[in-house]
Design a protein. Structure first.
Length: 440
């Protein structure tokens, strides 16, 4: 079947046995308590999912199979002459639970290169949309058009045994990831570069080829793409894009349908679209203040004006994190290394020093620190990628790594259809009055 695929199957078999043993012995044990506020307010903090790929710690940030971002930057293989981790290595780690060797990563790069052909009807479908369509609309439309290639959908229609669901699911996931850079670059060149497309370079790594097809051949930009694709790849299972992909996949929708659904969630302004909102907010501040280098005092007043007008400062705060997002720190280190004199990056750093004390003074915000979205736009703008509506597409390409690995594990472990119970407000009132025992 293939080295990585065989290894995944053997690990999945072991995990299946382990999980069955845990459930047999401890399946009736309760984990935590659910409050009425949690039921009404987005199910925050309710533990209800298993996602093997990563875990978000409120103090330490995201850990991928136990490894922090600084550890990944040190331990994952890098492109020749590069210093940033190759996302192929992170995919390998999330899938198999072990750090890859240089050869493992090179093998995965070659596998994705061989699987990267995109049928012409996908481009034709994207071309049917008006140029005014949002890049994420074009991108997700392309994914839906690519669904015609699904191995899982074909095998399921033939009557595949459920214990073998993981097999075509794996192939779909690998094909989808391999083709995403081509689709993303096509959307970018169509919308912003006068439909002048660039053919893929089969000698480049996954992220490097994306940069090449977009038209960015500065080695530093390729390094940025490798870092960007690594740190945005996953954020445990409860965020909108990951949870949606898992939820739709639990209905045995194939990876194309599941991923498209997840990316429609990523396109929301409270999720992946936030990175575009950050750079938009900074541009508006510069325009209003009449300078591309606002002082800390000017930033402080603008932040206070933003808050007093009932708006939020985009890029600050997180549902789980209670310290500066390590993904922000990784990007800041990249900026200080490669573009220390960039005025936009300096503004981001000044905002970082200004905003948290203001938010802390309000006494209502648990996390006044920046998240990953607070910095990424400034790095992209430095290299000329000023079309901030496209930033979420880059996020989507990266997020495919985590959600596709999780989907493979969902099918390998035989996870069932997800179907939580819901209640009505009327039933809640009766329960509070002791007239309804629906939750007892």
């Amino acid at each position: 079947m293939g080295i990585i695929k065989d290894t995944f199957k053997s690990k999945a078999d072991i995990a299946n046995s382990e999980i069955k043993a845990i459930l047999n012995e401890h399946g009736n044990k309760k984990i935590g308590e659910v409050t009425l506020a949690q039921i009404y307010q987005g199910m925050r903090g309710i533990t209800g999912l298993v996602s093997e790929t990563s875990l978000l710690d409120a103090q330490e940030g995201i850990r991928f199979r136990g490894y922090s971002i600084p550890e990944l930057q040190a331990k994952l293989p890098k492109a020749e002459g590069g210093n940033e981790p190759l996302p192929e290595g992170l995919f390998y780690l999330m899938l198999l639970g072990e750090l890859p060797t240089e050869n493992d990563v090179q093998h995965l790069t070659s596998v994705w290169q061989r699987r990267s052909h995109v049928p012409s009807h996908v481009f034709q479908t994207i071309d049917a949309l008006p140029l005014t369509a949002h890049p994420m609309t074009m991108f997700v439309t392309g994914i839906m058009a690519l669904q015609t290639e699904s191995h899982f959908a074909e095998e399921y229609s033939k009557g595949i045994n459920k214990k073998d669901y993981w097999n075509p699911m794996y192939d779909d996931a690998m094909d989808l990831i391999a083709r995403l850079p081509r689709i993303a670059a096509y959307v970018y060149r169509r919308k912003y570069k006068n439909n002048q497309h660039i053919q893929p370079n089969g000698l480049l790594d996954w992220s490097g080829n994306l940069a090449h097809m977009m038209g960015y051949n500065d080695p530093r930009f390729k390094e940025l793409m490798r870092l960007y694709m690594t740190i945005h790849a996953d954020h445990e299972g409860g965020n909108v894009s990951a949870h949606t992909t898992h939820l739709v996949g639990s209905a045995l929708s194939d990876p194309y349908l599941s991923y498209a659904a997840g990316m429609n969630g990523l396109a929301g302004p409270l999720h992946g679209l936030a990175n575009q909102e950050v750079i938009k907010w900074i541009f508006e501040m510069q325009e209003q203040l009449g300078t591309d280098s606002p002082t800390k005092a000017q930033i402080e007043q603008y932040v206070k004006d933003t808050i007093s007008s009932g708006k939020v400062v985009p890029g600050y705060g997180h549902a789980v994190l209670r310290k500066t997002d390590p993904r922000f720190s990784a990007q800041m280190e990249f900026g200080k290394k490669h573009m220390p004199d960039d005025k936009l990056c300096q503004t981001v750093w000044n905002i970082y020093e200004t905003v948290p004390p203001i938010l802390q003074s309000l006494g209502k915000i648990k996390n006044p620190w920046p998240n990953v979205d607070a910095h990424s736009g400034a790095l992209l703008v430095h290299f000329g990628l000023v079309e901030y509506e496209f930033y979420t597409v880059l996020f989507a390409v990266s997020r495919a790594l985590g959600v596709m690995v999780s989907l493979c594990w969902d099918r390998a472990l035989g996870f069932p259809l997800e179907r939580p119970k819901s209640v009505t407000t009327e039933s809640v009132k009766k329960w509070l009055e002791g007239k309804d025992e629906i939750w007892d």
